[in-house]
Design a protein. Structure first.
Length: 214
């Protein structure tokens, strides 16, 4: 793989920690266009396992540590990428989606029109009935990633590392907003396909988004 296809390596030359925020591979619920939040725990689909295998080939030898959400789809993805045991965190789980959990997108939008109208006006503070807000999600996800960044920056035993955090669509997108200071209203700009990654740089004080769908 050419250096141009390894943008995380340049961050080490700058003295920064590279953090790849990876979305898990496809699940059957993703394929069926259903809401798949913290209350759903499907495994990867056959296509999802293929996606993760391809990602593993691309990242082979590049990752020093891999961290994960505790949900099965993220853990399966992380374990396929890791050279060592994966440390998992419950606060990296997907949005608590309450009454929307498991519903097909089109059915949910028809059944819960009032909620989605409020969501379109302001997605940051509107609570999913029976679930949580994007603000709560962003806070808990960012807290874990921030702590991991500080842990690795404080380790002076070797060069700055490349770490991967395997989580979920909305978890990683809202965490980017919280870490970089972007308004949560922009969360959808940082969405990923399955088994894709966004790249963050952390110098010990400041977080920067340095690559999208890398």
């Amino acid at each position: 793989m050419s250096e141009a296809k390894r943008p995380w390596r340049a961050l080490g030359d700058e003295g920064a920690l590279a953090v790849l925020l990876i979305r898990h591979g496809e699940t059957p619920l993703n394929a069926e266009h259903r809401f798949c939040g913290a209350g759903s725990n499907p495994p990867l689909s056959a296509l999802g396992r293929e996606q993760v295998e391809r990602l593993g080939v691309r990242l082979r030898g590049e990752l020093d540590r891999v961290y994960s959400s505790t949900q099965l789809r993220a853990l399966e993805t992380a374990r396929a990428l890791a050279r060592a045991e994966v440390e998992a965190f419950a606060d990296l789980r997907e949005l608590e989606q309450g009454i929307l959990e498991g519903l097909r997108f089109r059915d949910a939008m028809a059944e819960h029109q009032e909620f989605f109208a409020a969501w379109r006006r302001d997605p940051t503070a509107v609570r999913v009935p029976g679930g949580e807000t994007l603000g709560e999600l962003g806070d808990r996800g960012a807290a874990v990633i921030r702590a991991l960044g500080l842990r690795h920056v404080a380790d002076r035993s070797g060069p700055r590392r490349v770490i991967a955090v395997v989580a979920h669509q909305m978890t990683q997108a809202t965490a980017i907003c919280r870490l970089t200071g972007e308004p949560l209203e922009r969360w959808s700009e940082f969405q990923l396909g399955n088994a894709e990654a966004n790249l963050l740089a952390f110098d010990g004080a400041r977080w920067q988004l340095r690559g999208r769908t890398v």
